[in-house]
Design a protein around this ligand. Structure first.
Ligand SMILES: [Fe+2]
Length: 349
């Protein structure tokens, strides 16, 4: 359902206030051909209302003829900033970049952050943004859970459907997504509300079984029959099942890159305003599926790149796989049990 410009300006106002935007700072709105016009218009108004110097940088799309999907997360690595020094310098000189294009998983994103810039990605449609306007309480919830994750050395995930997989942790940073960027060098995504980290290279072992109703992204589909992933030494070595498994295998094979089978980030959702049913209510091209990524009590794992975490794997294929009804244990203590947060306030135990 549509939202008014006033509502979205107010929402941006809250996001920008939480991000510490004040008079005299430079906010650059990064756009491309798929950018939502209302989101862009209201972002500019809200940033101006806070006294910021506002730029708009519109870049031409790339990868359209290579990717099999229109989803901005379906083909990652090269972006309109690749080799585009002039654009990059503008973004690096900005206090805050509002990324309405999708600059995820790129060397250029790292360069901007390393220069002390902040980047907030916001590409979901306006009504989803409005439903999940971030709050300080969201931040506190994610940070509390992050403390538990940071101390853990092993994640063990099980499910009644047959999942039994272990990840050794500690070599990679923790991705705390709560929807705003209050300090230099921080990247975040509105809407969100989840935690992720990357298992140590070569350590993921076991089996993951998707049950009916679990989600594949960027396919943006609920699987209809179980899909079983065998995981050995940090890589998916076998994918078995029915039609969903066949289609996924074909899609991953199309990249012709053995690194697409590597395990990428693992974590769980903490956002009560995200809902599992939303994906079934939208056309595939209208959303990138943040409800399923952030849904409280999910287990979210993925395949492909780890350059977002400072690793060197930059494969173009990235599959996010949110699952319901899993139990996620950190060093033997459940933070999610049967798809429900064990202690939403404390983030676990
Ligand atoms: Fe991901």
């Amino acid at each position: 359902m549509p939202v008014s410009d006033f509502e979205l300006v107010e929402a941006w106002g809250q996001v920008l206030a939480l991000s510490g935007v004040r008079a005299g700072q430079t906010v650059t709105v990064l756009t491309s051909s798929d950018t939502n016009a209302q989101t862009m218009r209201t972002a500019i108004l809200a940033a101006q209302a806070r006294g910021a110097i506002v730029n708009r940088l519109d870049l031409l799309p790339v990868n359209g003829g290579t990717s099999l999907s229109r989803d901005p997360l379906a083909f990652v690595g090269t972006t309109p900033l690749t080799g585009n020094r002039a654009a990059l310098e503008l973004l690096k000189a900005s206090d805050l970049v509002l990324d309405l294009m999708t600059l995820l998983f790129s060397a250029e994103q790292h360069e901007i952050l390393a220069a002390g810039g902040r980047i907030l990605l916001a590409v979901e449609p306006p009504e989803i943004l409005l439903r999940m306007v971030p709050t300080e309480a969201d931040r506190q919830k994610v940070l509390a859970a992050s403390k538990v994750l940071r101390a853990a050395r092993e994640m063990h995930v099980t499910s009644a459907a047959g999942t039994d997989v272990r990840f050794t942790l500690g070599d990679y940073p923790i991705l705390e997504e709560y929807g705003f960027c209050e300090r230099p060098g921080r990247w975040d995504h509105w809407p969100s509300g989840f935690l992720a980290t990357w298992s140590n290279e070569g350590t993921a072992q076991g089996r993951i079984v998707l049950d009916r109703g679990d989600i594949l992204l960027p396919q943006k589909s609920y699987v209809r029959d179980p899909v079983t992933f065998t995981i050995r030494d940090g890589y998916v070595t076998e994918i078995e099942g029915g039609l969903d498994a066949d289609l996924l295998k074909g899609y991953m094979e199309s990249f012709n890159d053995p690194e697409v089978y590597a395990i990428s980030h693992v974590g769980w959702g903490l956002q009560d305003r995200a809902h599992w049913s939303v994906l079934g209510l939208y056309d595939r091209e209208a959303t990138i599926g943040m409800d399923s990524r952030a849904c409280a009590g999910n287990f979210l794992w993925s395949t492909g790149p780890n350059n977002e975490a400072g690793g060197t794997r930059d494969t173009a294929c990235h599959i996010d796989i949110p699952m319901r009804n899993c139990t996620v244990m950190l060093d033997g203590n459940a933070v999610v049990r049967d798809g429900k947060l064990v202690n939403a306030t404390e983030g676990g135990q």
